[in-house]
Design a protein around this ligand. Sequence first.
Ligand code: NAD
Length: 303
Amino acid sequence: MKSSVAIIGAGNVGSTAAYALMMRNLVSSILLVDVDEKRCQGEVYDLVGALSFGGASDIHKGTLQQAGQANIVVIAAGKAQKPNQPRLELLRENQEIITSIIKGMQPLRKDLIIIMVTNPVDVLTMLVQDVAGLPRNQIFGSGTLLDSQRLRNIIGERLAIAQKSIHLYALGEHGDSQFVAWSLANIGGVPLIQFPGLTQSFLDECAIKAKNYAYEIIACKGSTSFGIAGCVSAYCQNILFDLNRVTPVSCYQEEFGICLSMPAVLGMQGIKQILKLPLNEQEYEYLNKSAKIIKESYQLMRM
Ligand code: NAD
């Protein structure tokens, strides 16, 4: 099967995502698009050097219109956070960039899947759903998969248990109002809150650490790229191989009228099903709070 992924924004995130896709042998063709054509060409030349160690057959610099004909478009273009800057502050500038990108990609392939990465990702996923003219299930944001992964790593390290065996979800905004559904988190069926060696206050500390990880990384090296590139490659694998795996994605929530992260079944058509989690009362309150924050930003964006 021939599969193509176009990445718009060949900066830290976009070029690292291209590298991850290539080295994981997930796609046959990768297209990079960026307004900074020189940078984009440089990334392509550099990535070509690794082609024979991965699975992709080609990697090229291209146009927005060509991107609109790929199997999957990953959007990682726009302004990134500066040290200590909340993601929501990027909204104004990135809103214009994303709108112009979606217009530039038209006409879109009917079965195109769009993965939004640019921050603030939940609000901008809504924007893309509003302007792209594709079914909502074909457009989702990278959401709290990354936050959930970071948290699993922190807890796994403490317990010396593989992070893949720690089942938990950070949910809501990929940002400061995210929360963890502790009541549903478990290791091998044992609720995490009852797991030997763990206390609720330790878990809460871990959740804060995971939530603030991006700030810490940006303070140290100016940007984050490897974790999100891993997430992008996992989403693409799920779609291109029709795996039907459950993973958190920023997706449209009928109840709130905005996008936020919930676990969903992902496959070839994009989102196949969004899970309805049996959250407890406090978690549902956190979810409402997070939805309210995203909704306020969304309304501000539309003014
Ligand atoms: P970067 O500055 O390294 O790269 C951004 C690229 O976008 C630049 O090369 C720039 O030229 C390009 N660009 C700007 N306007 C464009 C347009 N109209 N068309 C095409 N390309 C355009 O930034 P980065 O570190 O790669 O981050 C990119 C985005 O991803 C930021 O918004 C960042 O906050 C976000 N991000 C999201 C997550 C997540 O989990 N969702 C994680 C990390 C970063």
